[in-house]
Ligand binder design. Structure first.
Ligand code: CO
Length: 139
């Protein structure tokens, strides 16, 4: 079941430059840094009121984030929702005719199981479902 907003994914070209920007806006002291090979991205995230802001830069030219930056430029990339059962949600949504980008859960940052829904089926908003593992840190 989906229970809340987990994070906002923000596409950035230069992780260091954008960390500087967010550091000055939010007075962020520490970022969680992680390279997620499966998604071909490197992230720097921090928490505001329990919601993560996840600055996401591509690590290769064929990364989905690289394609997004090319087409749309920097900005909000996706909204991610917390769920306790991503597989069950995918099954339910597929049954309801929602188009899925990931038919099975993938490994995302913070050791979460994640899957993206196609923006064609969600009113133009790229949505991600994330299931934190029992041991994972979300900040
Ligand atoms: Co995300």
């Amino acid at each position: 079941m989906i229970s809340g907003v987990n994070h906002l994914g923000i596409a950035v070209r230069d992780l260091e430059a954008s960390m500087e920007l967010y550091r000055s806006i939010f007075r962020v002291e520490t970022f969680h840094r992680e390279r997620v090979e499966e998604q071909k991205v490197e992230i720097a995230s921090f928490s505001v009121g329990g919601v993560l802001l996840e600055l996401t830069a591509p690590t290769s030219e064929d990364s989905p984030i690289a394609k997004f930056l090319e087409k749309r430029g920097e900005g909000i990339h996706h909204v991610a929702f917390t769920t306790d059962a991503v597989s069950a949600d995918l099954e339910r949504l597929a049954g309801d005719g929602v188009q899925l980008i990931n038919k099975t859960p993938q490994r995302g940052a913070h050791d979460m199981l994640i899957a993206f829904l196609h923006p064609k089926s969600t009113g133009g908003v790229l949505m991600e479902l994330c299931e934190p593992q029992k041991t994972s840190q979300t900040s």
